[in-house]
Write a protein that binds this ligand. Sequence first.
Ligand SMILES: Nc1ncnc2c1ncn2[C@@H]1O[C@H](COP(=O)(O)OP(=O)(O)OP(=O)(O)O)[C@@H](O)[C@H]1O
Length: 362
Amino acid sequence: MNWDDESAPETDGPYAAGDRLVGSLADGEDQAVEAALRPKDLDEFVGQERVREQLDLVLRAARQRGATADHVLLSGAPGLGKTTLSMIIAAEMGAPIRITSGPAIQHAGDLAAILSSLTEGEVLFLDEIHRMSRPAEEMLYMAMEDFRVDVIVGKGPGATAIPLELPPFTLVGATTRAGLLPPPLRDRFGFTGHMEFYAPAELQRVIHRSARLLDVEIEGEGAAEIAGRSRGTPRIANRLLRRVRDYAQVKADGVVTREIAAQALNVYEVDGRGLDRLDRAVLTALLGLFGGGPVGLSTLAVAVGEERETVEEVAEPFLVREGLLARTPRGRVATPAAWAHLGMVPPQQAAGGPGQQGLFGG
Ligand SMILES: Nc1ncnc2c1ncn2[C@@H]1O[C@H](COP(=O)(O)OP(=O)(O)OP(=O)(O)O)[C@@H](O)[C@H]1O
């Protein structure tokens, strides 16, 4: 499965895929409000029961021993709470946290500078750890295992390695796919937590909590409506809540009911299942023009007027996860659920035979 939205290209196509309301990467507005919405401890952190319980044990045991916690690897799609969890780890250990990311560490020297300035017990959060450069990665192996790095001074035959002792620290690595990490790096983490997409009931709890913090009055059914359209992702749930809040304030009395939430998100073209305009365009083309497939990716992309990569990396991962589209060796194929979702009838079932299905389009 490809859920690495980070590699998704910006697009000039008709569906503004680089700037979507249901995109899972943080945009500028998200960054401004996310700090205020982050749960501060494990009890406040909604869902992810298994990871939470296991992590709680790891941290409690380290605290009891008066030791620094083991290195932690968190894997999962963007917006599921990896950064939040890393901050909680630091808070639970009463330790400061330093935040950086793989792409920011291009040279081993960049990493050496960060590592050598850590204090004892500090948490180093390394987002997108799979995108670190190779030499930095190799330096990290030794730092994680022996709390030591060799700093190379000079070049060529005269170069010397100066060993540098580091204070014990906890590395929290985050990656969209743990499978992308080289085994030697993966093996050096004492604990690996895999973050799952959230169930609707969990997202409802996230939404109620955020509504409280943002001072928004929301009914249970209003939260359920937003949760159903949030693609299993707290970041998207919080973003949709903010748009619904605007709508409720301007068009009604500020209270988020089911009706208001549905009306607001219909205005923003996020449908009942969380599909946006681009997702629906891909499905509509697949069903209406190609009878549900199989059809090649390039043909499908031309049909919706988008780049091939945009369809493959921006729209398809969610459609596949929702069981609406399948990638097969012969091309893209719509599932029965796709026909049902768009209210269309597959060719073999349509009274008029192949080619008539578009007439039933919703
Ligand atoms: N379990 C949760 N309970 C409540 N809120 C959550 C939870 N997980 C995430 N959030 C909220 O979702 C937003 C995004 O979370 P966060 O930044 O931790 O995601 P991430 O996985 O680190 O994303 P990225 O990989 O893009 O950095 C934050 O505002 C956070 O408050």
